[in-house]
Write a protein that binds this ligand. Structure first.
Ligand code: FAD
Ligand code: SF4
Length: 326
């Protein structure tokens, strides 16, 4: 591993100044960044440790539930406010990684974690995300874990997070600080599709850091479910996952939120499917129809065609769980 400098940040302003310089990266829990450094995928000159900044709080504000960027995944998953108001988020977090990793991983780090595409991690292989212009090893390679939505000729990787799928479904916003001050972004707009620039995972500009996420109040707590399909029951990334949240009143769906993981370069929100469910009864038939609608525009590669069947089946199953049918 390349030698690097390590500094502890004492203020947000100090972090922003530091990361505005090329070669400097934030380190939070380190559970992704250190792996990438050990493998030579990334080689920063300087790390800024932000773990002493006061960005760990979880509290109610006028805008909903506010979760600091340094709140640990395990703490968020067990927090009483999260469990009561947004159980979908707690379920998604508990489906991720292992208890040990969740004890180190932070909300900001989880959002910023990089793809698990094996070609991205293997520095002997071409990868436009790691080394722009070298090609994509996965397109003609082993692409079983890869995307079926929103791909480009440059990259077909997926975003690996579970937490982010729930936050995308729950209409969360991201609060960002940078050299130009603070700004807010819809969570669904935070991550990018690969397009011509797969080296960019999200819309954070140079010098910007994540301060927190906010989830607005909703009526989904009673009827929500996170379903993750993976090769092993624990400690494995999603082949397909679905965050489903329903507002059911008098036996009719009044509101729906749906997002998928394991299928795109970003959490894949299903806006059209949500609309199609409004006014319908929560039945197995209606869920199966809605799930088929979600597949418009899907495109498979040599080894991931199974996702074309797995994805709608997972949506339908998640909706059944959310509505209490199973
Ligand atoms: C074996 C293994 C299995 C895993 N399984 C899963 C899984 O099933 N589901 C899942 O969702 N995740 C999984 N993960 C990933 C894990 O959730 C992430 O590694 C973790 O969330 C990253 O958080 P961190 O605080 O450790 O980030 P770090 O490793 O410290 O940082 C990651 C990136 O985020 C940047 N960063 C950190 N904080 C900020 C901030 N506030 N503002 C701007 N940039 C920031 C860093 O610069 C770095 O680029 C797994 C990881 C491992 C190692
Ligand atoms: S899919 Fe993306 S991350 Fe994977 S090899 Fe291709 S360019 Fe790299």
């Amino acid at each position: 591993m390349k030698q690097f400098q390590y500094v502890k940040a004492s203020s947000n302003a100090g972090v922003i100044t530091a990361i505005s310089k090329p070669g400097t990266k934030i380190i939070a829990g380190g559970t992704n960044l250190v792996d990438l450094m050990k493998r030579g995928v990334t080689a920063p000159d300087r790390l800024v440790d932000i773990t002493h900044l006061p960005l760990k709080s979880i509290n109610i504000t006028g805008k909903g539930l506010h979760i600091g960027a340094l709140a640990l995944n395990s703490v968020v998953a067990e927090n009483a406010l999260v469990v009561e108001k947004h159980p979908l988020l707690a379920m998604a977090l508990k489906a991720g990684a292992s208890p040990q990793l969740r004890n180190m991983a932070t909300v900001g780090g989880n959002m910023m974690q990089r793809t698990r595409c094996t070609y991205f991690y293997d520095t002997a292989m071409p990868c436009n995300k790691r080394a722009p212009g070298t090609g994509c090893g996965a397109i003609g390679g082993i692409n079983r874990m890869h995307a079926i939505f929103g791909t480009s000729s440059k990259c077909i990787a997926v975003h690996p997070s579970d937490m982010c799928v729930a936050l995308a479904a729950l209409d969360a916003t991201v609060i960002i600080a940078g050299p130009k001050g603070q700004r807010t972004l819809q969570f669904t707009e935070f991550h990018r599709l690969p397009g011509e620039h797969p080296e960019l995972d999200n819309h954070l500009a140079t010098g910007e850091m994540i301060l927190s996420v906010e989830i607005p109040d909703n009526n989904f707590a009673k009827n929500s479910y996170y379903l993750k399909v993976r090769d092993r029951q624990s400690y494995a990334f999603a082949l397909v996952s679905v965050a489903a949240a329903l507002d059911i009143q008098n036996g009719v769906i009044r509101g729906a939120r749906l997002a998928m993981g394991g299928v795109a370069h970003k959490p894949w929100r299903l806006f059209e499917v949500e609309k199609s469910l409004i006014g319908k009864k929560p039945t197995e038939e209606n869920f199966a129809q809605a799930a088929q609608l979600a597949m418009q525009g899907a495109k498979a590669y040599e080894y991931n065609a199974f996702k074309l069947k797995l994805a709608p089946a997972t949506i339908a199953e998640a909706l059944k769980h959310a509505s209490g049918l199973v």
